[in-house]
Each structure stands twice: as structure tokens, then as C-alpha cells.
Design a protein around this ligand. Structure first.
Ligand SMILES: Cc1ncc(COP(=O)(O)O)c(C=O)c1O
Length: 408
């Protein structure tokens, strides 16, 4: 690898996934296109999303409510079509996936099942600087159960996680962490953390907002208890897209597990007999409550079909190459001028890098944005960027590094 523009163009020419860029609508910047590096925030719109939405509108127009049951793709069967491809992306069985609600809502619902404080075991271990919505979710959830958040929520830095579990095991009722931290972009060793928590019989769950569709995951084999994620970041399903959850199959038929239920989690064969007494679907779908959002399902279906076509292994390979390339250019730049620090650890990262600027960060960010590099700013002093394999190019990465060099 070298830092010349010729080399970037060569990487693009060799890229077998290059044609997939055209499947997405890249927002304009003047006469050109944006260099859109915010797949970690809101992924770009696939060109075919509108067609999939229109198809649902047509089914609605043609059949009214009967569209749940009629036609070549009855809406009631859509969930199965989504659970399969989603399961592949996170290393789960399709029965362990439920596509429902949105992320923060799902986390509250999952805590109903997996945070069962008893005796001395009342604490929740989470990461330092968890995403604010997760902090508010934990704070209000434990308050609702009559606990003082200050007392029961324990925070630890990524590097102290295993020790903290070991030391506080007797008091922990739950380990709940972001698989990738939103601020630093650091990937946690979910396999080791899960194994450690399970050794002490502590349930463990992850917020995978920044991990799903980004890094390889093996939730079933790692024996994770539960996870939830949104689908509007790396999964490109649109603003406010439907969320997804993973619940390990060992919990599906446990009658002692508490849950909040609704009619779309009721066993399918007898759901519409409208009987008293909740009988769950014996899969993760048993955690569904409400009528599925068919329009949002259509958006997710569009993007999952693109992932399937591109191939998860190929996407991972390109992602790795892009990351190595970005790392090379930025570390070269640091040698030229040590004006920023890369917060994301070299060997624990996915698509996102977080660059910490002790000085002039905001000015540099504003300037790059004006030039059409779409990145984001997170207080304090961090520029985040996440080139993704489906629609970014190596040349864009080179252009970014060159623009940053000029500003430094
Ligand atoms: C790590 C993380 N957790 C939770 C959320 C909140 O997700 P939602 O607004 O879909 O509930 C986000 C949103 O960006 C996030 O990045």
C-alpha cells in the first residue's frame, strides 16, 4: 500500500464491489457528489427503496387489509424473509431474530426479560461513555424498578471490563454494553466478555447499533443472551427504520422469563382466535408486540437484498482493505503533523475512525464539510468518519486525507 492517488485509483479498479456504489443515491455537492462518510450515522438510500415502498402501497391499494394474507408476498410472511438475511449478518439462527420497533424501545423490552435483580445481585455493568439514549434507558429502567441509578449502574472502561466482571460478579445482575462505542469506534471483545459473564451466570446483552452490518458477529456461538440494533446506519434502511433484536434460542421457551407481550408475539396458528392468556411464538418473534410496520419492513428488505447480493464475506474483505488504507494515510499524516490523535484502537476497529483534535477541530470539521466531505462532530473534539464498502471508494479516502493534509 502507498499514499499516491494512482494507488487509490488502482484499488478502485480492482474492487469487485465497485458497481454497488451505483445502487445508492449519493447526495450532490455542487456539480459533484458528496464524499459521504457517515454510514455510521444514516446510511445512504438504495435506489430501489422507493420501488419496494411503492410495492407495499400497491398491495394495500389492491387488497386493503387482505394484503396481510393475499398475493405473492403476503405481509404476514415478510418477517421470515427479513429474519434469515439479518441472522446471517449477526451470526444468529433466523429463529433468534425479531424485526420490531426501534432500538431504545427494544432495549427497554429486553431488560424486562434479562434484568431480574435479586438479593445482592442488582447491578448493571455498562461501558463508560455509553450512547446517551442507552444511559437514559438504563437510568429510567432501574428507577422504574425502585432502584437508585447511582447505586446500581456501574461503568467501566473497555480495558477494565473483564476484571470488573470478575471482581463484582456477586453483585451483577446484567452486563449490558455497546458492541462498538459510538464515540471512540472501539470494538469490544464480545466473545471474551460474554464468556466471562456467563462463567458467573450473569446475563449479557449488547447494543449493536454500530456493529450490525459493519463487523463480523457470531452472537449464537458466543452465547450472547440478547442484543438489539437499529437498521438505519450500516444497514441503510432509512431514517427511523425498524429495529432488530437477537434473543438466544435457549431462552425462547423458558416460561419463567418475564416479558411484555402483545398480540403479534402470540402463537401464529391461533392468534386470530383472540383468546385470553398469552401463548408466545416459540422464537424471538414471541417478543413482538404490535402489528409490524410493513412500510419499514420494505425499506429493510431492499437493503438486506443488496447485502445478500454483494456477499458478506466480500464486503468484509473490502472493509478491511479500506480501513487499512485509511489507517495508513492518517498515520502518515500524523508523522507529517501530529495535530490529532486516532482514538480508535488499531486492532479493535470496524468502519469508523474517531479523530481527536485538541485544537482547531471544529474549524477543520467545518472546512471539510464545506468541501463536501460528510463526516460528523462529536463533543468533545472528535471528528468521526466511516467509509463503507457498499458505496465508498478508495479515491474518496485518498481525497479526504489530502484535504485534511492541506488544512493541517
Ligand atoms: C449506540 C446507539 N444506541 C442507541 C441509539 C438510539 O437508537 P434509536 O433512536 O433508534 O432508539 C443510537 C442512535 O444513533 C446509537 O448510536
Amino acid at each position: 500500500m502507498d499514499s499516491s492517488s494512482t494507488y487509490a485509483r488502482q484499488l478502485d479498479a480492482e474492487d469487485v464491489l465497485a458497481p454497488f456504489r451505483d445502487r445508492f443515491i449519493i447526495p450532490p455537492h455542487g456539480e459533484a457528489s458528496q464524499c459521504y462518510f457517515l454510514g455510521n450515522s444514516l446510511g445512504l438510500q438504495p435506489r430501489t427503496t422507493a420501488l419496494h415502498i411503492q410495492r407495499v402501497l400497491d398491495q394495500w391499494a389492491a387488497h386493503g387489509v387482505e394484503a396481510f394474507f393475499l398475493g405473492s408476498d403476503p405481509w404476514l410472511e415478510l418477517h421470515e424473509q427479513l429474519a434469515g438475511p439479518m441472522a446471517q449478518l449477526v451470526g444468529a439462527k433466523p429463529a433468534e431474530i425479531s424485526i420490531m420497533n426501534q432500538l431504545t424501545v427494544n432495549l427497554h423490552l429486553l431488560l424486562v426479560s434479562f434484568y431480574r435483580p435479586t438479593g445482592k445481585r442488582i447491578k448493571i455493568l455498562c461501558e463508560k461513555k455509553a450512547f446517551p439514549s442507552d444511559q437514559y434507558m438504563l437510568e429510567t429502567h432501574v428507577k422504574h424498578l425502585g432502584f437508585d441509578p447511582e447505586e446500581v449502574i456501574v461503568e467501566a472502561a473497555a480495558e477494565d471490563m473483564l476484571n470488573t466482571i470478575e471482581q463484582q460478579a456477586d453483585e451483577l445482575a446484567l452486563v449490558f454494553l455497546g458492541g462498538i462505542n459510538y464515540y471512540t469506534g472501539q470494538v469490544l471483545d464480545m466473545q471474551a466478555i460474554t464468556a466471562k459473564a456467563r462463567k458467573h451466570a450473569i446475563p449479557v446483552g449488547y447494543d449493536l447499533a454500530h456493529a450490525a452490518g459493519n463487523i463480523p458477529l457470531d452472537l449464537h456461538a458466543w452465547q450472547v443472551d440478547f442484543a438489539a440494533w437499529c437498521t438505519y446506519k450500516y444497514l441503510n434502511a432509512g431514517p427511523g427504520a425498524v429495529g432488530a433484536v437477537f434473543i438466544h434460542e435457549r431462552h425462547h421457551q423458558n416460561p419463567d422469563l418475564h416479558r411484555f407481550a402483545g398480540w403479534f408475539g402470540y402463537e401464529k396458528a391461533t392468534r386470530f382466535q383472540m383468546q385470553k392468556g398469552f401463548k408466545p411464538v416459540p422464537t424471538a418473534e414471541g417478543w413482538q408486540l404490535s402489528t409490524p410496520s410493513i412500510l419499514l419492513y420494505a425499506c429493510l428488505q431492499t437493503s438486506l437484498s443488496i447485502f445478500e447480493e454483494a456477499g458478506w464475506d466480500q464486503l468484509q474483505q473490502k472493509q478491511q482493505r479500506m480501513q487499512d488504507y485509511l489507517w495508513l494515510l492518517l498515520t502518515d499524516l500524523q508523522k507529517f503533523k501530529p495535530a490529532f490523535q486516532i482514538l480508535t484502537p488499531e486492532h479493535e476497529r470496524g468502519a469508523q475512525l474517531s479523530l481527536y483534535f485538541p485544537e482547531r477541530g471544529r474549524e477543520i470539521y467545518d472546512d471539510l464539510m464545506q468541501q463536501g466531505f460528510i463526516i460528523d462532530w462529536r463533543e468533545p473534539n472528535v471528528i468521526r468518519l466511516a467509509p463503507v464498502p457498499l458505496y465508498n471508494t478508495f479515491t474518496e479516502i485518498w481525497q479526504f486525507a489530502t484535504a485534511l493534509k492541506k488544512l493541517l
